[in-house]
Each structure stands twice: as C-alpha cells, then as structure tokens.
Design a protein around this ligand. Structure first.
Ligand code: ZN
Length: 194
C-alpha cells in the first residue's frame, strides 16, 4: 500500500544529474517489456504539501520539486499496466476534486510551470520524445485503457488544469509549455548545463 512520504527537495540541476545517471537503466527496463521510456503525469488527489511514494517525483503548490525514489528507473505503482520503464510525476493537489470541479486545492500556476520544466529536463536528459505518445497525463493513459474520462472516469488526472478549461486540454498545455522550456527559455544546452 502506497503512502505519504517526506520526499527530498531536488533542484532542476540535481534532477538533470539524476536523469543522466538513470537514463540507460530506465530504457533497459522499458525494453525488457518491449516498450519505450515514458513519463506519466498525475495529481495526487491529496492536499498541497502531501507527497506520495506511488510517484518518483512530487511537485508542491509552490513549485518546489521533491524526489520520492532512489532511482528514476525504479518500478512504482502510478499508472495501471504502464509502470515498467515509466516515470510517474505528480502534482500535490486536487483533494476533493470532482469530474467538473478541481475543488479548493487545484493545480497552481507555478506548479504547472514547474511540471513543464521537469518534463523538459527529463525528456532532454533521458532521450524521451516530448510528444503525446511518450508524455501522457494519467487521464490520457486511462482513456487508452478504458478507465478514463471517455468511459468510466476512474482516473482523470490533468484532463483539464483549471475549472472552465476545455476538457481534455491538460496534456497538450503541459507538453506545449515543456517544449517551450526545452527549446527557448531552457534550451538544450541550458537544460543540460543548469
Ligand atoms: Zn494518477
């Protein structure tokens, strides 16, 4: 049973180092089950400041990033049938969210920006293509496996990022921001040299 963990604060520079160290093992683990390395993006459905060991990385409401794994290639339990060779990243938020309201603790703007920066660093340093096939919200993955918003709504993490947003827009917004950080503000040499 997964539970609350303390997590360890990690800077983007330290995350880059961790990503470069664990890259080959992540890909080997993925290849062992005939997959490619992937990132799955979640919310915890807990409160701000609460981190869970289901994920490799938890991001708090103030944008601070916490690592909750010894190794990014470790197999955790975040995304049903998709955990091998995949990294789970969660925003600490969305306690009490429903399918049409994100509740009193929705994702914050800085939390979303920092998620996009984490995605940019991991994709760049671990050779993971930054596209919808390799970087998916849990809502998008759940739709592929028939338990998402298209069917049962059992999981719908990041299907939308703010109340009133277009349903289903969350993944594209995060990937768009991540591409921007990768290509612009945090271009590849800067990501690798942070
Ligand atoms: Zn999830």
């Amino acid at each position: 049973m997964a539970g609350l963990v303390r997590g360890q604060f990690i800077s983007l520079g330290e995350l880059r180092d961790r990503a470069l160290t664990d890259r080959d093992e992540l890909w080997q683990t993925a290849r062992s089950v005939d997959r490619e390395a992937k990132l799955y993006l979640h919310w915890t459905a807990g409160r701000y400041g609460q981190f869970y060991d289901d994920y490799h990385i938890n991001i708090d409401a103030d944008g601070s990033v916490y690592i909750t794994a010894d190794n990014l290639a470790e197999i955790k339990a975040h995304t049903w049938r998709r955990n091998t060779g995949a990294i789970g990243i969660a925003l600490a938020c969305c306690a009490g969210a429903t399918s049409n309201s994100l509740g009193d603790e929705p994702p914050t703007d800085i939390q979303i920006e920092c998620l996009a920066q984490v995605v940019a660093v991991l994709c760049t340093c671990m050779d993971i293509p930054l596209n919808g096939a390799h970087v998916m919200t849990h809502a998008e993955a759940a739709n592929l496996d028939d338990y998402g918003p298209d069917t049962t709504w059992e999981r719908w993490d990041l299907w939308f990022l703010k109340d009133g947003d277009q349903p289903g827009s969350g993944g594209d917004i995060i990937r768009g921001k991540a591409s921007w950080y990768r290509d612009g503000e945090l271009n590849e040499s800067r990501v690798k040299g942070l």
